[in-house]
Design a protein around this ligand. Sequence first.
Ligand code: F6R
Length: 614
Amino acid sequence: MCGIVGYIGWREAWPILAAGLHRLEYRGYDSAGVAVVAADGELKVCKSRGRVDELERMAASHDVTGRVGIAHTRWATHGEPNDRNAHPHCSASGGLAIIHNGIIENHAVLREALEAEGYGFRSDTDTEVIVQLIEYIRDRSGCSLIEAVRGALGELVGAWAVAVVERGEAGRIIAARKSSPLVVGVGEGEFFLASDATPIVEYTDRVVYPADGQIVELSLAEGLRVTDMAGNEAGVEIEQLRLSISQLEKGGYPHFMLKEIFEQPGTVVDAIRGRVDAGLSEVVLSGVRDNRERFLGARRIVIVACGTSWHAGLIGEYMIEEMCRVPVEVEYASEFRYRDPVIEPGDVVIAISQSGETADTLAAVEMARGRGAFIFGVCNVVGSSIARATHSGAYIHVGPETGVASTKAFTGQVTVLMMLALAVGRLRGSVTAEFVADKIKHLCALPGQIAGILSRAAEVADLAKNFTYARNFLYLGRGYSYPAALEGALKLKEISYIHAEGYPAAEMKHGPIALVDSEMPVVVIATTDGVYEKTINNIREIKARGGRIIAVVDHDDTVVRGIADHVIEIPRTCPHLAPVLASVPLQLLAYHIAVNKGRDVDRPRNLAKSVTVE
Ligand code: F6R
């Protein structure tokens, strides 16, 4: 989703801004643009539909020199993706330029009011309203730019991260955020601004995360100043960034997605590291240990998340109910936040989010927090909005995930949820020490087992060739394999654009079996667990109707092998962790089908990595 970059300092801004836009490409976008203030105060704007490469080609024939600038990648919400709607947007006089990530819900009313005052609009965006409003306030009251920005933001309903530059003012950027991410990088005599730390990491490891409702002034003369919406000074807390450039590169892989799939043996180790005691008998999660009364007293647990993180949450539900004997509900954050749910003090809400910036999950967290629940975050991005809005949590520590399709974050989330269930189960006395020790053994075996699956990745690539031209896919599983089936289907549809549905295998008979014919590949996760025999019956029902079965089975399975058209073998683990192992070949299957179809795997159409609008 929209990406923001800004620079002010002693270097030429444009090369830094362009590199930053490339770093943010993974978020998804359809147009890009830049505004630079030259040394003589001239404000130069250049923008176009399409990729950052196109903007760079355009900028090469425009003069975009200057040491102060802001740049943007836009993921269209209001108005189609075209040159006109691309950011930056300028005020009526042309004296101010703004970039914005978020949505202004009351833009239509504001636009009407400004039009009545004679302001003309050049785009269909909600963003243009903000810059016109800033200029209107300043023209009417003669106040400073920062006061006008504060005044305009006070009129807005919605979410924003904005950055504003001004003609004639080659020494200042004003930025602000509410419910949309923004990071400030602090260098020597220079400042950086971005939607996340990836454009900043090669210049400085000192960052400031402005809080919701704060306004940041970056000035060459006066340094960094942070104030709130009332104009009060806020403290500036500089944090150290733990991110390296090598983590942001493809490292020889053709796509980030493939690199991230292959990183999983290491990322699962990172998720477990330091959380299992030396005797391999206890899980130690500080976020649980420090809040033991909350978990002991929990009447129920509600998990909120979106997309892949929601699938991990479903697995978390099964684990926590089984091991902690406490009722768990898993909610789509977007539904939860708008349906007035019963949330009371004493409830524990677990928010799962890779990016930590998903607008619906953040809003769900804020609502539940407002109603007195204890909020525990399972996030990847350190210092992200959701991580900061929670009372406590456990990071998954899988490193930056750049491919739009989530892979290593999913396996990291399931790993952490397993440790959470074990820690809370032990705390509540609902699982024995022996049970925990046995599960720790399985957890510690995961990295090697994933490496084993990846060593046979070529077999999945071969298999994928048979299905490149399939038009529909079904993914089935029961028990812990059901969320893994949902996740397998989501991976395929989002990057290959093949229609794919995940279903609980037994639900087939209640409708979807009508779709099965000889054209229909059906992926069935049939690992050995309490419902293995039942899954075999479901496979027979599909075969009887001519369906083509691709079965994910334990390496020593003999029964399903005799019935399925194709098998993908995975090592044996406990049922709780089988979704981690099953998801790896399904990620590869989706990847290779998408590559065979010539899809843009890392940046699939219409999708954004970080969904910062609801
Ligand atoms: C799918 C995918 C999305 C995200 C969803 C939530 O591959 O990546 O479905 O899982 O947008 O994102 P986070 O986890 O960042 O809250």
